[in-house]
Ligand binder design. Sequence first.
Ligand SMILES: Nc1ncnc2c1ncn2[C@@H]1O[C@H](COP(=O)(O)OP(=O)(O)O)[C@@H](O)[C@H]1O
Ligand SMILES: [Mg+2]
Length: 248
Amino acid sequence: MSEGHNFEVPPKSHEPQIIEIVLEKGEIESAKILEGYFPVKAIKIKDDGRALFKPSMGEFQEIRKKLFSRVDLELLAFELDKILGFNLVPPVVAREIGGEKGVLQQRMEARPYETPDDYELPDLVGWSDMVDSEEILKAAVFDHIIGAKDRHGGNFLIDIPNKKIWLIDHDYLMFFQKVGYGSDMVRAALNRDMVDISGDIRTALENLLGAIDSLMLKFEGGESAKILLGVKTRTEELLQTNKIPNLV
Ligand SMILES: Nc1ncnc2c1ncn2[C@@H]1O[C@H](COP(=O)(O)OP(=O)(O)O)[C@@H](O)[C@H]1O
Ligand SMILES: [Mg+2]
């Protein structure tokens, strides 16, 4: 890719994509703290665009004695999205940068933008009218089955020209918070009464169920196993009821 180009949207496939290889092996040109988001670092990859590095050992991990790893949780969320073919989670890989282990994720051109000057902020009011309704339904299904507990405006991005949603920040709080925030995706779908599952989404859920056992082998950690059990139960339920439930 020539300089200044960004990554392309990945095709739907389970094989590692060029983007993932770039993230894994690309030469790091610069790394600096993303303003306001320590310890997240903004990364430039030589010739191949921009990424964000999210170290594994953030403050919550330290507090909770490193019982879990952000790396596994972020990779698991990406893998679930890939199997579903929803294309909602930006490509992310495990990588060590500057002696720190973490994940490197493709940085999407999407709101919230880097500088508040790009758009007047707060700017997420009315976001659900700026994306395709199919995106909202897929994102609500995804968040429902992963049991998303922290999907507020800081943890999703919207790409207005493409009417697309990106889901980010699959960390401990997203999966295990006690009194969680829940999900703005699920709420948006419920508000629009867009809760019926059919066609492609049903097929995606069936594919996911078929892949759960191999995912359990691939992601061995206790936290991942807990997440996957929940995913399995909720996916089975969805396939029976064909409806995202209103749990609020
Ligand atoms: N893949 C991404 N592409 C573009 N911006 C992102 C991406 N991931 C995170 N961001 C931006 O960085 C912020 C912090 O990232 P996040 O994953 O939410 O980490 P944390 O909340 O744990 O600091 C997000 O609110 C968003 O503005
Ligand atoms: Mg966040």
